[in-house]
Design a protein around this ligand. Structure first.
Ligand code: HXC
Length: 513
């Protein structure tokens, strides 16, 4: 065969592969309000940078004599914001994006490429699950992917984007990755669908209520981000990648934001009320601290009593963890502990310094919390902070009481630089509760119990509810002018760029899962 003829044949094969399941199924995909795998890739990567591999992988001809080159997934690498990533995009037009041996092998292979080269892997999921015709071969494909997800965890960032159905055991690959994005109305994740639930438990639900984007970003916490459409979703993934290093030995990219680290926060005290029980939105503080006010919140709708996300200071990526007095007074509960612990683990795995802003009344009391395992889940946060060796900078804005003082990146858990604002109350508990414990009899025996209580609270506040005892012991490195918070953090980050700490040799710790 001449080169020309072979080239013609190759062109035909590639065109065949480009069409996935064919024009009719592409139309059907559009009618479902979804893009095809290739349209998504075109939108996602920098123009002209996608290099496809295994476009000609194929298994068998089906009963209609059809053979789908590339099968139900498009894999390869490309650039996002000028940096290389590996990706796979499930193609719903071929057997509903279902996963059989060819698809499993292709995804595993591109994950290997990502691991070898130290670049993030992004999976665009849109699949009817295990390819029923292939039986255990399909299950093997999933198992191989789960295994690689675990090997890659903490080595390269792994991002899952759910853009269609994702059901059954298939959901475990996204759950093993670092961040899950979903598209409202067109994506769902569940282990068992509404019909099975109805037959087993008698509960009635819909796919959207059960496993839609808003359910997972606000109720289960399985997903971190929800977008209103596919275009916005892919744009958000690009935005997230810009904060992340390509792998665990790389530094995150530095962006020249032009925002001076010496910028004072002159209006900060207008944002944070002096009264410790008055509400405010801690995101207003975060946005004043980070470069250009740009903050990418992670898990915005889940456990809103704690805020986590990415920003930059002096152009360098940071992870921010902040109690949110706007919800539940910023208390630490089960979900807030889990949310923050997982975020801290991610930042630590990928060399992103952690800035913690503390304004916390304590852990949430209650039978539900105790029986739900707040002890175990709160311990996750303690563990995550104590184990993190990245630079850790903490600023106590208003209050830090009880165990939550320790848990929120205190000096005792290995934080490097700890600051407090002058009005910060650092104590075992607030005065009003404290006097009920230590002065109960004095109050009962007083001629005017209420006046005595008020006097004792005032005395307690004067003696114990301030940052200067902690400062005198070195638990707080300095009490700072709130207007200088950004500058102080920036200078500490600069110092800590060369931080290195010895780590005990062990196989791995036993985090309270
Ligand atoms: C093979 C499948 C398939 C599957 C869909 N298709 N799911 N082929 N294996 N699992 C095919 C259909 O036959 C159809 O082929 C095409 O994909 C599009 O499917 P439609 O049903 O027409 O699309 P739609 O109406 O949008 O419904 C999508 C769907 C539905 C909700 C995903 O297809 C569905 O319920 N599929 C079965 C889901 C399922 O039970 N999967 C197994 C889960 S258990 P044609 O030729 O007509 O285009 C599992 C275990 C994993 O995944 C365990 C891992 C450890």
């Amino acid at each position: 065969m001449s080169i020309e003829t072979s080239l013609d044949e190759l062109r035909v094969l590639k065109q065949h592969a480009q069409l996935g399941g064919g024009a009719d199924r592409i139309d059907a995909q559009h009618e479902r309000g979804k893009m095809t795998a290739r349209e998504r890739i075109d939108l996602f990567v920098d123009p002209g940078t996608f290099e496809e591999i295994d476009a000609l992988a194929a298994d068998f001809d089906n009963d209609e004599g059809e053979r789908f080159f590339g099968d139900a997934v498009v894999t390869g690498w490309g650039k996002v914001n000028g940096r290389t990533i590996c990706l796979y995009a499930q193609d719903f037009t071929v057997y509903g994006g279902s996963l059989g041996e060819v698809v499993g092998t292709k995804i595993a292979k591109v994950m290997d490429v990502a691991m070898k080269t130290g670049v993030p892997v992004v999976g665009l999921n849109d699949s009817g699950g295990a390819r029923i015709q292939e039986g255990v071969g399909a299950l093997a494909g999933y198992g191989d992917i789960f295994y690689k997800n675990v090997q890659a965890s903490g080595v390269i960032p792994q991002i899952s984007v759910i853009m269609g159905p994702c059901a059954g055991g298939a959901v475990y690959s996204p759950a093993l990755t670092d961040f899950v994005f979903m598209v409202e109305k067109t994506s769902q994740m569940f282990l068992t669908g509404p019909d099975v639930i109805l037959s087993v438990t008698g509960e009635q639900t819909t796919v959207e209520e059960l496993g839609g984007a808003m359910s997972h970003v606000s109720k289960s916490g399985v997903a971190h981000f929800a977008a209103s459409d596919e275009r916005e979703c892919l744009e958000e993934v690009r935005r997230l990648l810009a904060y992340l290093p390509s792998n665990n030995v790389d530094d995150a990219p530095i962006e020249d934001t032009g925002d001076s680290v010496n910028r004072r926060l002159d209006d900060i005290l207008n944002v944070v009320p002096g009264e410790s029980d008055m509400q405010y939105d801690v995101r207003d503080v975060v946005e004043r601290i980070v470069d250009l006010g740009e903050f990418m919140e992670v898990h915005e709708f889940f456990a809103p009593n704690i805020v986590v996300g990415f920003g930059r200071i002096g152009g360098h990526s940071i992870g921010v963890v902040a109690n949110q007095p706007l919800y539940l007074a910023g208390v630490l509960d089960i979900d807030a502990s889990r949310k923050a612990a997982r975020f801290v683990r991610f930042c630590d795995a990928f060399n992103i310094p952690i800035v913690t802003l503390v304004d916390v009344p304590g852990f949430l009391p209650g039978i539900g919390q105790e029986h739900g395992g707040i002890i175990l889940h709160g311990a996750k946060l303690v563990y995550a902070y104590a184990a993190a060796t990245v630079p850790k900078i903490t600023v106590i804005l208003r209050k830090a009481f009880g165990g939550a003082y320790d848990a929120m990146s205190s000096k005792h858990l290995g934080a490097d630089v700890n600051y407090a604002w002058p009005g910060a109350a650092i104590a075992v508990m607030a005065g009003r509760q404290a006097v009920n414990v230590i002065n109960r009899r004095d109050i009962q025996n007083a001629a005017d119990p209420e006046a005595e209580r008020a006097r004792l609270v005032e005395d307690y506040v004067k003696r114990l509810e301030h940052p200067y005892i902690a400062a005198s012991k070195g638990y707080i490195d300095d009490v700072i002018d709130p207007a200088e918070t950004r500058t102080k953090i920036a200078h500490a980050l600069e110092l800590l760029r060369t931080k290195s700490v010895p780590v005990y040799q062990k196989k791995h710790g036993n985090i309270p899962l």
